[in-house]
Structure formats: C-alpha cells, structure tokens
Design a protein around this ligand. Structure first.
Ligand code: PHE
Length: 427
C-alpha cells in the first residue's frame, strides 16, 4: 500500500492528507469559537447565562458525539466513510448558519456538532493507524499533525474578524463553509495515500492481540480516570471563545477586534511545539524526560498560572476598567505552553494505551473529557456577568489546582499502565 511504501525515516504521505483535512476543519471550529458568543451577545442579545448554555452546549456536543462517531467508525462505517459524512454535515451546518435566523441558528449548531463528532476523532485515529508499523515515528507524526490543527486555529480568528468587519456576520460564518469544502476535497483527493489506515478494524500486532481481558480493563479504566481529570484543563481552555473574548472586547486597550486574540494561542503552540520536542529529546538523552502523565500535570499547572495572570489583570484594572493587552497575550501564551505539554501527548497516549479493538472508541472517550470541559466552560462562564472578573479567574485557578492534585494522586498507576503498554508496543 502507498501508506507503507515510504522510507523508514520519512512520514507516510497520508499524514499530509490528514494534515490539510484537519487544518480546514479547525478553521471551521475556531470560526465558531471566534464569533459565536459575540454574535449571541451583539446580534441575538442573549444574556450571559443563555450564552453560557448555548456555548457550553455547542462545545459539549461537538466533543461528546465523537464517542458515537468513533464507535460508528470502529464497528460500522470504517474511518474513511465516517470522516466523509462528518465533513459533509459540517459543510451543510455552516451554510445553514449563514442564514441568520434563530431556528436555522440552532439547527446549524446541531449539524456542526454531529459532523465534528464523525470527523474529528476519526481523523486522529487514522493518523495513529498510519504508524502501526513504525511506532517510533508516531509522536513526531502527531506533532506535525498538531501543526496543521494550529495553522487552522491561527488563521481562522484573523480571517473571520476581517470578514466580519468588512462584510458582516453571514460572510464571517459562511467562510467556514468554504473551509469545509476544502477539507473534504483534501480528504477525498488523498484517499489512496491512507491505505489500510482508514479501514474499519486494524490488522492487529500479534502481541496486542494477546492482551488479556484484565489488562484491557485496567488500561481502559486508567485512561477514563485520566480523561476525567483532563476535562478541567479544557474547562479553562474553552474560556477562549467566551469570557476571554469578552475580556478582550471590554477590558483591554487595543486596536484589534476581540476575536483576533484567539490567534495568539495557536501561534504559541506552533512556536513552542518545536522547542518542546527538542527539550524532551534533550532530557530523554539524559534519562530525565518526564512521563506523559507528568507532562499532562505540567500542562494543567501552566494553565492555572495563565488564569492567575488574568486574575491579577482583573485586579489591576479594578475589574471593570481597561488594561494593557499584554495581560491577555501573556495568558494565551501560558495556555499554549500548557496545551503543548498536555494535548499532543494525550492523543498519542490514547492511541498507544487503548486496547486495539477499542481504539476508535477510546479516542472518542478522550473527547468526552473535552466535551465535559467544554460544557462546564459555559456553565462557569455564565457567572462572568455576576461576579468581579478577578474573582471569576481565581475560581478557574482553584478548579485547576484541584484537578492537578487528583492527577498527582493517580500518577503512580498511570505510569505503571503506560510502561506496560509500551513494553507490548515494542515487544
Ligand atoms: N487545539 C486543539 C484542537 O483544536 C485542542 C484539541 C485537542 C481539541 C485534541 C480536540 C482534541 O484540535
């Protein structure tokens, strides 16, 4: 198969197909993060509580449905068709959204969530599958894939802000329909490079086929516990499209449209990922590289620091005033550092540790963690209007520190399970 034909040190060409498929899909998602809450506030005149419900419900849906999407791909559709149908639903969703009327608005959100549910987790699973005969390249592959994600996330807020300013909300929302058309074109055009990686159930490596039921159960429960904790990271992360964007609009001195600040975080991720790959390798050569779960803990602590910075920014501006935009830029860069520690590693960890037959489903479960986090980001954000901003941000810090504590308790078990999985992988 073409997917297996490339030289040992090179990435399979299928990676680049998925890179662009996901880049344009992320344009779509981050266009929603950029202006969905602003639209509800400025055009639909929803109050903060209702905005929180819809925003949280939307992200919650986007990341809850991957569980179904992963399962459907594992058992029925296969990864290729799942991505195809998902992309088509998203394209349709964006067209419906551009209509600008309330029933269409809600219908569009449902279509978008259902579409991502089919597309996003399965694209990630195919990435992992491309590397089953070359596990040593897999982390590097996910890092490249993550670059595509962040390029999409970087251009989206800037482009949407520009379109919104010059042509209005419909064009801004509608640009994501074009993005999804591009995403689908890349995926369909590149199908032959995906080979068996996009098929239904993967040919299993003999050692993994021999996984005992107890071992499989241990792996699954450990992963699930970790996902629950990581949800809190996402609760903080998804303040980006909500309270942090309102903060940018109402509490910073800036010539830029509020949603453009959302580009800072993916830019940070792009810049820092390379540095971190180098840093981990450097530490690795000295036998000092932290395990994936420890990196995840760092990620949570870094985001706690970011919200600490925002809390101080709130105090500095007397909570209602405007302050320098350096505060929010600094906070986004810290969030980026946290994401670099936590998220690419997380995806790779799922692919490595999940029992092979449940790979799609466990990828879906990782997304359920995101879903819960996204949902509660809206629930928490609903208090934006009812308490001083500094107190709101301190609240986020407190929740993150609680999660960090729990993760520290779970650490020995996580490391043990991971070591076992690694031994099986390289056996
Ligand atoms: N920035 C990442 C993205 O949008 C965050 C994320 C990671 C979301 C993993 C889902 C899964 O893709």
């Amino acid at each position: 198969m073409p997917a297996r034909a490339s030289p040992a040190h090179r990435h399979p060409p299928g990676l680049y197909v998925l890179f662009f498929t996901e880049l344009w899909e992320r344009y779509s998602f981050y266009s929603m993060m950029a202006i969905l809450t602003l639209y509800m506030d400025e055009v639909l005149h929803f109050d903060a509580a209702r905005i929180g419900r819809v925003y949280g419900g939307y992200i919650g849906g986007v990341y809850l449905l991957p569980l179904v999407g992963g399962l459907l791909a594992d058992r029925v559709l296969g990864f290729y068709r799942a991505v195809l149908v998902g992309g088509a639903l998203m394209l349709l969703g964006h067209l419906v959204l551009a209509v600008e009327s309330l029933p269409f608005f809600y219908t569009a959100l449902v279509l978008l969530a259902a579409g991502s549910g089919l597309l996003k987790p399965n694209v990630s699973t195919i990435v992992g599958n491309l590397y089953h005969d070359r596990p040593e390249l897999r982390d590097a592959g996910f890092n490249l894939f993550y670059l595509g994600i962040n390029l999409g996330a970087l251009i989206s807020p800037i482009s949407v802000a520009w379109l919104r300013a010059h042509y209005g909300w419909s064009m801004a929302f509608g640009s994501a329909a074009l993005a999804m058309a591009l995403s689908l074109a890349c995926f369909i055009g590149g199908r032959r490079y995906l080979g068996h990686a996009a098929d239904r159930v993967q040919p299993e490596a003999p050692d993994q086929a021999a996984l005992s039921p107890d071992e499989a159960r241990l792996r699954v429960t450990t992963l699930l516990a970790m996902f629950g904790i990581v949800a809190v990271f996402w609760l903080a992360f998804y303040q980006n499209g909500f309270t942090l964007t309102f903060w940018a609009r109402d509490n910073t001195v800036t010539p830029f449209a509020p949603e453009t600040f959302q580009s800072v975080e993916p830019l940070g991720v792009i810049v820092f990922s390379g540095a971190f790959v180098g840093l981990w390798a450097w530490l690795g050569r000295r036998g000092l590289e932290p395990s994936t779960p420890v990196k995840i803990l760092f990620g949570i602590l870094l985001v706690a620091t970011a919200f600490g910075v925002m809390a101080v920014a709130g105090l500095a501006g007397g909570d209602a005033g405007r302050v320098s935009m350096n505060w929010i830029v600094g906070a986004y860069l810290l969030i980026a550092l946290g994401e670099v520690c936590l998220s690419p590693m997380g995806l790779s960890l799922v692919n490595r540790v999940a029992p092979p037959r449940s790979r799609g489903m466990m990828m879906g479960a990782w997304f359920v963690g995101l879903s819960a986090g996204g949902y509660f980001s809206g629930v928490l954000g609903a208090y934006w209007g009812t308490m001083p901003h500094s107190r709101f941000f301190f609240l986020v810090v407190g929740v993150l520190l609680g999660a960090a504590g729990l993760l520290a308790l779970l650490m020995p078990r996580l490391n043990r399970v991971l070591r076992q999985a690694q031994r099986a992988d390289t056996a």
